[in-house]
Design a protein around this ligand. Sequence first.
Ligand SMILES: [Zn+2]
Length: 79
Amino acid sequence: MAKSKRDISAEESHVIKKCPECYTYIPLDASKCPSCKARVGAVDKHGMASRYVNWGSYFMCFIAWVVLAIYVWYAFFRS
Ligand SMILES: [Zn+2]
């Protein structure tokens, strides 16, 4: 597994990481926060665990905008 220099130094300079969702201290090798059950990644240089992108939320946001656009068209621009 190839790792960049920055990742290695970040992992070596921290003995614990912080959950980005609830700020609980969790072990460096944890892949899931025991407190809020969020998936967390490797530690960054600030001691925070990296956050996974929540694609489901982006998708729901997109759907919500599409529904709004359809509603506006239906309510005001339909002829
Ligand atoms: Zn958490």
